[in-house]
Design a protein around this ligand. Structure first.
Ligand SMILES: *Cc1c(COP(=O)(O)O)cnc(C)c1O
Length: 481
């Protein structure tokens, strides 16, 4: 028996492949602004219906395949004119970090090896960047959805201590409160954690899309009167629709008064506290926070983070006591943290490396500058929209880096339904022709073009082009709706 040379490549060949791959990456990123934003595969889909290869092929040929069939058809979020969803552009330092992380390929469930200490450090730095206690219990997750799920599992265990053996109590039944702008992943988590969607209250928001505390108080009182148990309140620290920040101080006060767990969904917004801490006062009083390094730390997918203030908050929800006690205390393997006991995953990739290197590379100041620049881009786009009041309508002043606006000429006779259709058609035209990528959203029943900017590559000229393209496409498509 000997090593298999097709798998165990000699160092020289790894070097050659790696250099060729790096050239591909540099060409791809260097040329990105010249290609379409969204790289629709369309008729080429059959490329990916090939028969299963029985024999393998040369490793160098693989890169050619990637160059021809994969790289020209991107989702688009590295492009300076990508404004859809909240999908950030990746920091090249993170791209390189992922290569190294995959090369090392440690399993990050625990143990006294470097990757575990890198993650421990990255998490305490994230906590510090948020103004949260640096010794908060944390874990890196695949993203914000898992970060919210993980935090809500901790909330469930803390508020319903028998839940792991008995399931959720039926009497009194726990109730979760969210705003009508909450990210759908919180609904999904409440569902998966057994709360039941009938026991998730969607609280109305004010004119700036922030949770109305008076409406929350009324809902809590009504539920108590009905014999239910208000248990968890989720505040959004940056909603996905408009970037609104719920009144975090009031939510923290109310949760304390009512004996409820206060969770902050900061997947998008929380890390903007690095640049504008005053907008996030109250965040640090949350019992748990979800934040997404793959949004405003610009690390490549995937990296989310869950932080829980109380030590033991995560392990109480996820540790398996029997296995834990089985560990040999004399083992040299034992490290400072068992991340597998802080979340649902056992095998975990080394996603901490890109987060750690990103923070080392840019520091607090570098991120503050980059995030402030995204906020300034949004402000500028809102101004550009407002310069055309006869044709364009801004939904709400941006709080963070999301700008919702629509083409709605004052002089036109289009009714609201046709305006909705028109604005959807504008966005669809851009996705199809590759010029921009925006995902529309619905606010108070009406369709808006929604630009979310987490993109250090976007220039002012891209914003002007977007505004002007809206005027042009709107005028052209007006007759079609
Ligand atoms: C992006 C986002 C999520 C979901 O995070 P993923 O990383 O996409 O799973 C949750 N909440 C908010 C507010 C978000 O912006």
């Amino acid at each position: 028996m000997k090593p298999d040379p097709d798998f165990d490549l000699p160092a020289e060949q790894i070097r050659r492949l790696g250099r060729a791959a790096t050239d591909l990456v540099a060409d791809h990123l260097g040329g990105i602004a010249h290609g379409p934003v969204f790289g629709k595969i369309g008729a080429h889909a059959s490329w990916f219906d090939e028969p299963l290869p029985e024999a393998g092929r040369d490793a160098d040929a693989l890169l050619e395949l990637v160059r021809e069939r994969v790289l020209p058809f991107p989702f688009g979020n590295s492009h300076p004119r990508f404004f859809a969803f909240i999908n950030a552009t990746a920091d090249p330092v993170g791209i390189v970090a992922d290569l190294v992380a995959s090369a090392m390929n440690p399993n990050c469930w625990g143990g006294d090896h470097a990757a575990i200490h890198v993650e421990r450090q990255a998490l305490s730095w994230i906590a510090e960047l948020l103004g949260y206690p640096a010794d908060a219990e944390g874990v890196l997750t695949s993203g914000g959805s898992m970060a919210n799920f993980t935090a809500l599992a901790a909330a469930r265990r803390a508020t319903c201590p028998d839940v792991r053996d008995e399931g959720l109590p039926q009497h009194p039944r726990p109730v979760v409160y969210v705003s009508d702008q909450v990210h759908h992943c919180v609904d999904k988590s409440a569902d998966l954690l057994g709360f039941g969607r009938r026991f998730v209250r969607r609280i109305a928001t004010d004119e700036r899309f922030r949770m109305r505390v008076d409406a929350l108080e009324a809902a809590i009182a009504a539920d108590r009167a009905a014999g239910l148990r208000p248990t968890i309140v989720v505040g959004s620290a940056g909603t996905v629709n408009t970037g609104a920040i719920d009144p975090l101080v009031e939510l923290a006060d109310l949760a304390a008064r009512e004996g409820m767990w206060f969770h902050a969904d900061g997947a998008y917004g929380a890390l903007a506290a690095i640049a504008i801490p005053d907008a996030f006062v109250g965040l640090t009083r949350a019992d748990s926070i979800a934040a997404d390094p793959h949004k405003w730390l610009y690390v490549p997918y995937e990296a989310g983070a869950t932080l829980v203030r109380r030590k033991g908050g995560l392990t109480d929800a996820f540790a398996r006591p029997a296995e834990y006690l089985d560990q040999d205390p004399e083992s040299p393997l034992l490290g400072p943290v068992l991340f597998s006991e802080r979340g649902p995953e056992l095998s975990r990739r080394f996603r901490a490396l890109k987060v750690w290197l990103g923070i080392l590379r840019h520091g607090r100041q570098g991120y503050a500058r980059a995030i402030a620049a995204d906020l300034a881009r949004a402000k500028r786009l809102a101004e550009l929209v407002q310069e055309r009041p006869e044709t364009l309508e801004l939904a709400v002043e941006p709080t963070l880096s999301i700008v919702c606006f629509r083409y709605a000429p004052k002089a036109s006779a289009l009714d609201e339904q046709r305006l909705d259709r028109l604005n959807r058609r504008i966005a669809n035209r851009w996705v199809a022709d590759g010029s921009f990528f925006l995902a529309p959203t619905v606010l108070r029943g009406r369709t808006y073009l929604r630009a979310a900017i987490v993109n250090f590559r976007t220039a002012e000229s891209d914003l002007v082009a977007l505004r002007d393209a809206t005027l042009l496409a709107g005028a052209e498509l007006e007759k079609t709706v």
